[in-house]
Ligand binder design. Structure first.
Ligand code: ADP
Length: 361
């Protein structure tokens, strides 16, 4: 039986094999507790996936419950909670994505025949530029269920089972339409490097993935596949063909960097810099990605705290009001610690690939 309102709390601890075991600390009900919890979670997951008749849809019946559960609990995100307004810059990409994929997901009846959308979208560009955020925002704006998986975890973590997990992923997505499947590092799955070195299991995962992609591209399924990569040049021709819309997500412009600084500091009530000061920060951060900017703001925001502690304040009782506002100097100091993560030469590669294969080039 489940723990009642008055039952004592049994803390979850890591099992010997790294799995999460509930209540393994010396209670007689230890094993039963873990089993019950597992059963409970499996039952909830099956309920979630059941059709109106209370039965699992045909497509899911032959799949292992543990994989369905993993997809439902770890890969599916019911509320991605990112909106266009949270993403700085990238106006052109947002506009294209809205037309190419959001409208078709919202109005499948209009986007048929010659208006039928492609089912695959590739977002490529340097790391930390908002590709994952765009994926989540698409799902949010299109009111779609969001599934997010890293392709490298399929090939490394799921050895022997990756292929089945791919089937479970597309199977669950087909029961939760409209759905957006976001595959990060898609290059590691659909790379052109293969032949002798490739493991049999990776090859099978790739084949299964291509079959599923083909399946969701045909017929009336409302499943959009979004692949993201920092290494588009690794993708083979078959992958490029299936990901027919290919959008370059570049480094943020100075205006977008300013927006990120303002937004992050403003959210925490820490914005005391003038427009001119923010502009000066942005001119010195050319080449920084969105995620570099986030790290820079984090580092700069430590300045006032470090200074107050150096002046003898105690971390145990210092109040927020006792710290001075964040200054441009804090940002200048932070610039020594946080360097841009993308080099000029890498940028050249993205631009070349965009000219050759990008949809907006
Ligand atoms: P990618 O998927 O391109 O590697 P992410 O979307 O995961 O990058 O972005 C990482 C983090 O960097 C985000 O959580 C966000 O804080 C910040 N970031 C990156 N790009 C932007 C952007 N255009 N607007 C706002 N924040 C951004």
């Amino acid at each position: 039986p489940r723990r009642g309102v008055r039952g004592s709390f049994v803390p979850p601890v890591r099992g010997a094999n790294g799995s999460s075991v509930v209540g393994a600390v010396g209670t007689p009900r230890t094993q039963g507790g873990a089993d019950n919890c597992q059963e409970d979670s499996t039952r909830k997951c099956m309920e979630l996936l059941a059709g109106p008749d209370g039965q699992l849809p045909d497509r899911l019946r032959n799949l292992e419950p543990k994989l369905l559960e993993h997809v439902s609990n770890e890969i599916m995100d019911q509320d991605p909670a990112v909106h266009w307004d949270d993403i700085a810059g990238l106006e052109h990409a947002k506009k294209c994505v809205t037309e190419m994929v959001i409208w078709p997901l919202l109005r499948p009846d209009i986007f048929q025949g010659c208006r039928a959308p492609g089912k695959g979208l590739l977002l490529f560009g340097p790391p930390g530029t908002g590709k994952t955020m765009i994926g989540k925002a698409i799902a949010g704006e299109a009111k779609a269920t969001f599934f997010s998986i890293s392709a490298s975890s399929l090939t490394s973590k799921w050895i022997g089972e990756g292929e089945k997990l791919v089937r479970a992923l597309f199977g669950v997505a087909s029961c939760r339409q409209p759905a957006v499947i976001f595959v990060d590092e898609i290059d590691s799955l659909l790379s052109q490097r293969k032949a002798e070195g490739e493991h049999e299991s990776s090859r099978r995962i790739k084949t299964q993935f291509l079959i599923e992609m083909e399946g969701c591209g045909s017929g009336s399924e409302q499943i959009l596949l979004i692949g993201a990569t920092n290494r588009p040049q690794e993708l083979d021709e078959a992958a490029r063909r299936r990901l027919s819309k290919r959008l370059y997500i570049p480094l943020p412009s100075a205006a977008a960097r300013a927006w990120i600084v303002r937004n992050l500091l403003g959210k925490d009530g820490l914005l005391s810099l003038t427009d001119a000061e923010i502009e000066s920060i942005c001119t010195t951060t050319d080449g920084y990605s969105g995620s570099d900017m986030k790290n820079l703001v984090k580092e700069a925001s430590m300045g006032p705290l470090r200074e107050a502690l150096m002046q003898g304040r105690d971390i145990g009782n210092i109040s927020k009001d006792e710290m001075r506002p964040i200054s441009v100097q804090d940002f200048m100091n932070a610039l020594q610690q946080v360097r841009p993560s993308v080099s000029e030469s890498e940028l050249g590669l993205y631009q070349d690939w965009n000219r050759q294969f990008g949809s907006l080039a």
